[in-house]
Ligand binder design. Structure first.
Ligand code: TRP
Length: 335
């Protein structure tokens, strides 16, 4: 049995936050050390252009994300870590897939449909503000995945549809031109917590309710202090299962620590004390990585070097497959 190949991309438009850490980065870094997994992780910087036309932000976000993954101990000898834009084969495949992807399939993509609905709700033209990038974004994502014949794609629930579309494109291509692409599978880990943010909704950049992962200590405590709670006083029993503070605690604590905190909630721990404890727990776990992060963030040459090595390995893989795909559709030398 060959090793299963796991691949996932991170869109470079924001600063990594606790939700990204718990939901995606921590499990991915763990996978990178696992000999039985052949992992590919990349900065989806072409995807960033769909949502963000601020070059400074796209650039800075890529830097922060790369530094974060490396600071947290991603093993770049075992896993392949690269910038999407360093692998031109992905864009070549993007075009080839565009030519087998039904437009009707893209009409059904959630992100596009939501944009159209939003326009209609505002009485705008249905196409207002919608670029071809947004419309055909699932094709680029399919190219990301199929260019490496990935078996498994760890994603959030909101991305499942895109993986299904990638399967669809792979199937269509294979049917027309012969077995070429592996059909990828979405992996949604139900054991991984989806963290709540400051306001109690899912922690997400688009809600502006995040706690950035590598804040300086004082700021981290300040952010934690802003987590919304109810008005119960110290001494009054509190419901842990209805509390963002407890939910985040659980994502960082051992089962024993979680049981202990559950008891303290029942005993009426004050919100101030609970938040202090939460700060200490998180700070303990990420303190060392934060120090490395600060150093790596300043070391552009190191970042570039790591990403260049990754891109070389990624390109070697993708080039072989692209060769096959080009031939399959009739693009090849005459002699
Ligand atoms: N679109 C994904 C997101 O927003 C990021 C992404 C881009 C991705 N290409 C990918 C994820 C390929 C998995 C595989 O989260």
């Amino acid at each position: 049995m060959s090793r299963s190949r796991v691949l996932t991309g991170i869109t470079t438009t924001g600063t990594p936050h606790l939700g990204n850490y718990v939901g995606a980065i921590r499990p991915a870094v763990a996978d990178s050390h696992d000999e039985s997994i052949d992992s590919f992780f990349f900065l989806a910087d072409y995807h960033a252009l769909i949502k963000c036309q601020d070059p400074a932000q796209v650039h800075q976000s890529a830097r922060e994300i790369a530094a974060t993954w490396l600071a947290l101990g991603l093993d770049t000898t075992k896993s392949t870590f690269y910038r999407q834009s360093d692998v031109p084969e992905v864009l070549e495949l993007n075009w080839i897939l565009s030519c087998v992807c039904a437009k009707g399939l893209m009409n059904r993509a959630h992100a596009y449909k939501a944009a159209v609905q939003d326009n209609e709700g505002k009485g705008e033209d249905a196409d207002f503000g919608i670029t071809m990038g947004l419309f055909s974004y699932p094709v680029l994502m399919a190219a990301d995945i199929l260019a490496f014949n990935a078996d498994k794609v760890p994603v959030g629930r909101d991305q499942i549809q895109h993986i299904e579309m990638a399967r669809d494109m792979a199937q269509r291509f294979n049917h027309l031109f012969g077995e070429t692409f592996t059909l990828p599978e979405a992996v949604v880990d139900d054991n991984v917590a989806v963290l709540s943010g400051l306001d109690g909704r899912k922690m997400s950049k688009s809600y502006g309710n995040t706690i950035p992962l590598f804040l300086p200590e004082k700021k981290l405590q300040k952010h934690i202090n802003k987590i919304k709670t109810n008005l119960l006083e110290p001494g009054e029993p509190k419901d842990p299962d209805d509390s963002t503070v407890f939910q985040i605690w659980q994502a960082f604590a051992t089962p024993a620590e979680t049981a202990e905190m559950r008891q303290r909630f029942a005993d009426g721990i004050g919100w101030g004390d609970a938040k202090k404890a939460l700060f200490a727990l998180i700070n303990d776990q990420i303190g060392e990585a934060r120090q490395r992060y600060e150093e790596i963030l300043q070391d552009g040459a190191y970042l570039d070097d790591e990403l260049r090595k990754g891109a070389e390995r990624a390109r070697a893989e993708a080039a072989a497959l692209l060769d096959k795909a080009r031939k399959a559709v009739g693009l090849s030398r005459f002699a």
